[in-house]
Ligand binder design. Sequence first.
Ligand SMILES: C[S@@+](CC[C@H](N)C(=O)[O-])C[C@H]1O[C@@H](n2cnc3c(N)ncnc32)[C@H](O)[C@@H]1O
Length: 205
Amino acid sequence: MKSVTTLSCLAAALFAALAFAPVATAAQSAHRDMFILAQNQSPQRSPDVPFVPTKEEVVEVMLKLGEVDRNDVVYDLGSGDGRLPITAAKKYGARGFGVDIDPNRVREARENAQRASVQDKVKFVQGDLFQTDIADATVVTLYLLPSVNMKLRPKLLAELKPGTKVVSHNYDMGDWKPEQTVNVGSHVVYVWTVPERGQASGDKK
Ligand SMILES: C[S@@+](CC[C@H](N)C(=O)[O-])C[C@H]1O[C@@H](n2cnc3c(N)ncnc32)[C@H](O)[C@@H]1O
């Protein structure tokens, strides 16, 4: 569906360019229209969660509870301005990966990584977190919504290596019970460790 929409947009731009421009400049017009489309990218579908950044003091607690160190690969699913992977790289020497559905967030995260001089340690991509390969992660951070966490839970349990830490800001995972719950002011941080396959409490048989 996503690629059909994208193709339709590109086809519309091409058609407009070819139909309304003089023949001699059709190719340039098509190129220009595609360039404008790329410049004004909007999310490929509506985000499941709006952008609300995690406060810095909560970021610190999340990375501490995730026991992040230089050997870790920290994935933030719905990475916003990139602050979790960037802090993990800057402060702990970890590698970081972020995926966000909103291209403007991805651009901002890449700029922030440059500013923090960790662009070689972090990668930000535009995409749907549900379609993202997460198998490389050793720590996963989340600031989503209860329903999105619940929809994501089977993917986390199926694709992450046993022993991977999952750290969620404010929202739990239903009957997959956290091993730690820490209050940070009015915020809550939950921590799980991915068990051997099929061993999570609440794991559907
Ligand atoms: C509440 S913000 C959290 C940002 C960042 N993780 C933080 O803690 O500061 C949620 C982010 O998820 C992104 N998002 C929502 N639905 C998504 C999806 N299906 N795939 C990827 N990103 C998504 C939004 O664009 C937004 O930037």
